[in-house]
Structure formats: C-alpha cells, structure tokens
Design a protein around this ligand. Structure first.
Ligand code: SF4
Length: 100
C-alpha cells in the first residue's frame, strides 16, 4: 500500500462516525455485478453508492487518492472507474494544452 493510501486509511479510521462505505462495501464493488443480467442491479448499486458518498465526510480526499493512485476498481469519491478515467484524461489534455 502506498503512502497516500495509508494516510487515507488513517483518515477514515480517525473519523468520529464510520464512513458510509465501511458499512456496505458490496455496494461499492462494481466487479460483483459483471454479468449482463446484473445490469439493473449494478445501476442500483451505483446510485446507492453515489448517494452514500455524497454524505461522506472524506469524499474529496477519497477522490483525490483514487485519482492520484489511478485506482480502476470500485466507486471512490462518488465516481465510477469510468468517470474517474474521464477526469484523468481531461486533466492530461489540459496539461498538454498548457505545455504546448
Ligand atoms: S467518498 Fe470514499 S470513503 Fe466516502 S463513502 Fe464514498 S467511497 Fe467511501
């Protein structure tokens, strides 16, 4: 585990109340819903996870660490892996435009 992930884990453990995903981790693990027949359950899991993340006291830090570590599984900071990838690509393009 990298330093940022260790620090984030410590931040979660330091919270007064448990962060939402620690109570229902299955909702955040989209790899559980990989079959085509799981499509509607997957959509419900995504909506539920996003709603839980919206109430999370460490949401910004969670998204930051997921982007920095390029984590490509599960919901982090209220975003799916595909949504985080879109953010990373947009940031790369912006950096490239600034450098040129
Ligand atoms: S923002 Fe991160 S830490 Fe908070 S509930 Fe969502 S996945 Fe868990």
């Amino acid at each position: 585990m990298g330093k940022r992930l260790r620090e984030f884990t410590r931040l979660i453990l330091d919270q007064q109340k448990p962060v939402p995903c620690t109570n229902q981790p299955d909702v955040f693990d989209l790899d559980l819903y990989w079959k085509p027949s799981d499509h509607s359950v997957r959509q419900i899991a995504i909506s539920t996870a996003k709603e839980m993340c919206s109430r999370c006291p460490v949401k910004n830090e969670c998204l930051d660490v997921a982007l920095a570590e390029k984590i490509d599984v599960m919901i982090w900071g209220g975003l799916t892996p595909a949504e985080r990838e879109t953010l990373l690509v947009a940031a790369q393009r912006k950096r490239a435009r600034i450098q040129n």
